[in-house]
Design a protein around this ligand. Structure first.
Ligand code: HEM
Length: 377
């Protein structure tokens, strides 16, 4: 089912269950809807003016983050978790709302507090996800999967969630999650985690590091091309796939590590984050704000340009960089705004337009280190 079909299912359920407006999830994305559909949903949404995103941390040094104020808790019924092991962990420790639905400001604060992700990187990543997968009217996005509307008899059609939507931020060739084509793009995948461990053994002596990342990133791309006729590695995904492959070696490694241990993730800690969505016991965040390091080296080890299979045949990959490539981050931004956003929001009006413009402004400010030209709606 594609994004549009899923969102249409959400609209059907609104029509069928409009008397239950209070139960209507406020994070359901508006992307892909026609103007009249947005208008039919708007009365059920609590509109807000999105605030400016938070700035850098006041104290941005080493800190125990697996602390008594943020105990890990198992999932409760209805809690949402998705394809990002970092956000899942933050929600399970209460740095994010434990139900998995958050504002962009809460996400930026949480990734800084919990992992010491650098402020502009946090801002850029968050607004790419918010614009693609969030509800711009209510300023809420789900880090996860489907949300059933509760308390209704008969149960309504499934409601689409947030960051597990395929093709906006989430994409193919993830390290530990399967491709959407195979049916589940957001759950922990044991077979892929076993492969992660094998590669870490072979190329990193039992640790995940940037050398392992370069090999595994390339291998997952090759697996996708060879097994998934709909394999897509295109636009924003070209950047996020390489960037995310660096995160376990930087953000998941305890900040107390020194010397040769820096950038080396052991498998027990990897399992704790990826599978249990939990900080390893006594985990300390990085001792300084983390930017994406080693992206160029990862790409240079096995340069692979953006593109896709033809939709019906494996091994039919054709290069297509019309939505940009990681070789020029501004080209990804330009492709995202001028093509993806305009397709997702063909004719935004009223509050939706105002909030989309504000979110695009915050996205652009996240790119301030790159000197890109701003694109407007
Ligand atoms: C700043 C806000 C963030 C957002 C909006 C975000 C969102 C996402 C999404 C949507 C994915 C799925 C992409 C895919 O593989 O298809 C993802 C993957 C990933 N994220 Fe995050 N993320 C954020 C921060 C973080 C942080 C702080 C960490 C680490 C501490 C992290 C670690 C990862 C990793 C390792 C993956 C790849 C998982 C895999 O390939 O199986 N992310 N993220």
């Amino acid at each position: 089912m594609n994004l549009l079909t899923l969102v249409q299912a959400a609209v059907v359920s609104v029509t069928l269950f409009s008397q239950e407006s209070l139960a209507f999830p406020q994070h359901v994305p508006l992307a892909g809807l026609a103007e009249h559909e947005v208008q039919s949903m708007t009365p059920m949404l609590k509109a807000v003016i999105p605030p400016s995103p938070p700035g850098p941390l006041k104290f941005d040094g080493l800190k125990l983050v697996d602390d008594s104020k943020h105990p890990w808790m198992p999932l409760k019924r209805g809690d949402l978790r998705g394809p990002c092991p970092g956000l899942n962990t933050l929600a399970s420790h209460g740095y994010l709302p434990r139900n998995g639905v958050a504002t962009p400001s809460q996400i930026i604060t949480a990734v800084q507090e919990g992992f010491n992700m650098e402020n502009k990187l946090a801002q850029l990543t968050t607004y790419f996800a918010m614009i693609g997968d969030g509800n711009l009217i209510t300023d809420l996005v789900s880090i996860g999967a489907k949300t059933p509307l509760t308390g209704m008899d008969p149960p309504p059609p499934a409601i689409v969630g947030g960051m597990h939507n395929h093709g906006t931020f989430e994409g193919d060739a993830s390290l530990i999650r399967g491709d959407a084509f195979f049916g589940d793009n957001h759950s922990f995948n044991q077979t892929l985690f076993d492969q992660f461990k094998e590669f870490s053994q072979k190329y990193g002596n039992g640790f995940y590091n940037l050398t392992v990342a370069a090999e595994l990133r390339f291998h997952r791309i090759q697996q996708g091309v060879a097994t998934n006729p709909q394999f897509s590695f295109f636009g924003l995904r070209h950047l996020t796939a390489y960037a995310e492959a660096t995160f376990p070696a930087s953000l998941f490694v305890d900040g107390r590590k020194q010397g040769r241990d820096v950038g080396q993730l052991d498998m027990k800690s990897a399992e704790s984050f990826f599978k249990d969505m939990r900080f390893p016991k006594g985990f300390h965040r990085s001792s300084s704000p983390v930017v994406i390091a080693g992206l160029g080296d990862l790409f240079a080890a096995h340069p692979f340009m953006p593109g896709k299979n033809n939709g019906t045949h494996v091994d039919s990959f054709v290069v297509d960089d019309s939505l940009g490539s990681l070789l020029d981050v501004c080209s990804i931004y330009t492709g995202f705004v001028s093509s993806t956003v305009r397709t997702l929001y063909p004719n935004p009006t009223g509050v939706l337009r105002r909030n989309l413009e504000l979110n695009l402004q915050f996205l652009f400010e996240g790119l301030s280190n790159f000197g890109c030209n701003q694109i407007f709606l």
